[in-house]
Design a protein around this ligand. Structure first.
Ligand code: PLP
Length: 459
């Protein structure tokens, strides 16, 4: 143990007077800087005690360490990251990125009083959901609409209001589990409804539903198998046939659509994803879907359907517990307005990413490669395959392009970690001895940051 070195450790105040840290004071609160200095000196003390340090680092060196620590400690825990995975709706990375229009709308109402529950015309109390109900109805063709916190809440509300104490008939092939413990059989149980499974894993016929109907039946339920597909020798009745059966027997048909796609994705080469309008047209009585999946809006659960049923849902005590806040509502309204104005493809990032053509993506990858090369980084453009993600369109890969980095002096795991742990986190993936950044999910506005981070990570 080196007592002499311990005595030479500079004082906190001495470091705080240093230029580097004084300048930092204009950007980072003083308390955080002081704390970082203390932490740096404490670590130094431990290193000296353990014998890891035998010579006193310079004051500049220590201030540099404290400044880096302060900058890191000043960052919020929940913060933006750069998504180079090519997975558009990455649930762990926060699913949909909302549009500029939606973000601006949310910010405006967040920092101000608003018309949330105030009717300006009447000068009296208004309805929270009025801001989006008409828009949702116009876009989907539904009679009525309601918005709750997410689609899991929507399903919980629907089943609680419509099926508590009774039976709901669902196909065995549709007993979905979504990540994060949303499982159809367990949701039913939580709502006090009894799940009546019919058919088999791969085949369910209309007659299976028909036979299961009894006096306890409250509804027929269809669940979109959003995150898996049963292919091959498989069959389920069409939505229209299910609706016809339900209505003949005086039973409502419920559909958990999951993704909630409002536009036809076939032109983008994405097949088999039903639209919300298809379900409305088929006559389904109540439909629910997420706001932050293919719709490209904020986290929300949107419920649409028959006016009399929605009236019952709106009056249910659970609805108050699932109430959405003003920021969500305003971002959702702005997102829906983009659809209404026919500019969803231009304004909503999720739709723009879904519809990006391989040619466009190749050009985007080449632009990033050029910037990296100019900064002295070896990089190549390679074709790759991305995913929609978020449990949507599970079997389809989206042809895309990535910029591929070799680790240089570092091995790929070290490069991956350095980019992930940098001041701006960049998430990519290692594939066949290269680190890939799929450009489909990158924003051009982030290219300069990416280049800077890659240069730092490779250093
Ligand atoms: C995603 C999904 C849910 C859950 O939606 P959240 O908005 O994440 O709560 C429920 N059902 C299906 C079929 C889904 O795809």
């Amino acid at each position: 143990m080196n007592h002499k070195l311990l005595r030479e450790i500079p004082k906190v105040d001495e470091l705080l007077k240093n230029d580097t840290l004084e300048r930092l004071g204009s950007r980072i609160p003083g308390q955080i800087i002081t704390q970082a200095v203390r932490q740096t000196l404490e670590e130094l003390r431990k290193e000296i005690l353990s014998g890891a340090v035998e010579e006193m680092p310079s004051v500049d060196d220590l201030c540099g360490r404290a400044a880096a620590l302060a900058a890191r400690n000043d960052q919020p825990s929940l913060r933006p990251v750069i998504n180079g995975t090519g997975i558009i709706l990455h649930t762990n990375l926060g699913r949909a990125c909302i549009s500029d229009r939606a973000a601006a709308a949310a910010q405006a109402v967040a920092q101000s009083y608003s018309t949330l529950e105030y009717n300006l015309q009447a000068g009296s109390r208004g309805l929270r959901y009025s801001h989006v109900e008409e828009l949702i109805c116009r876009l989907t063709g539904a009679e009525a609409a309601l918005v709750v916190n997410n689609n899991a809440a929507a399903v919980l509300l629907i089943l609680s209001a419509m099926a508590a104490g009774g039976e709901v008939i669902t196909s065995r092939g549709e007993l979905v589990e979504i990540g994060g413990s949303f499982r159809v059989p367990e949701i039913m149980e939580a709502c006090g409804a009894t799940l009546r499974e019919v058919g088999t894993t791969n085949k369910t016929h209309l007659r299976d539903y028909d036979r299961a109907i009894c006096e306890k039946t409250c509804a027929l339920m269809k669940v979109h198998t959003s995150n898996y597909r049963i292919v091959g020798f498989s069959e389920t009745p069409s939505l229209a046939d299910l609706v016809e059966l339900g209505h003949q027997r005086g039973l409502p048909v419920i559909e958990d659509l999951g993704s909630g796609c409002l536009i036809d994705l076939n032109p983008f080469g994405i097949h088999g994803e039903p639209t919300v309008q298809d379900s409305v047209r088929a006559g389904v009585d109540v439909i629910s879907f997420s706001g932050d999946k293919l719709l490209g809006g904020p986290q929300a659960g949107i419920i649409i359907g028959r006016k009399d049923i929605l009236k019952k849902l709106k009056a249910h005590p659970l609805t108050r517990a699932m109430r959405v806040d003003k920021m969500t509502l305003s971002a959702l309204e702005a997102t829906l307005r983009s659809y209404d104005a026919g500019v969803a493809g231009q304004e909503i990032p999720t739709i723009a990413m879904l519809s990006a053509t391989p040619d466009y993506l190749r050009g985007k990858a080449e632009a990033l490669r050029t910037l990296l090369n100019a900064a002295g980084v070896e990089a190549e453009v390679v074709p790759t395959e991305g995913q929609v993600g978020g449990g949507s369109v599970p079997t389809q890969l989206l042809p895309s392009f990535a910029v591929a980095l070799s680790g240089g002096k570092k091995n790929l795991d070290e490069l991956e970690a350095a980019l992930r742990l940098g001041m701006t986190a960049i998430i990519g993936r290692i594939h066949k001895d290269r680190f890939l950044l799929d450009v489909r999910t990158l924003r051009e506005g982030d290219f300069e940051t990416i280049v800077r981070c890659v240069v730092e990570a490779l250093a």
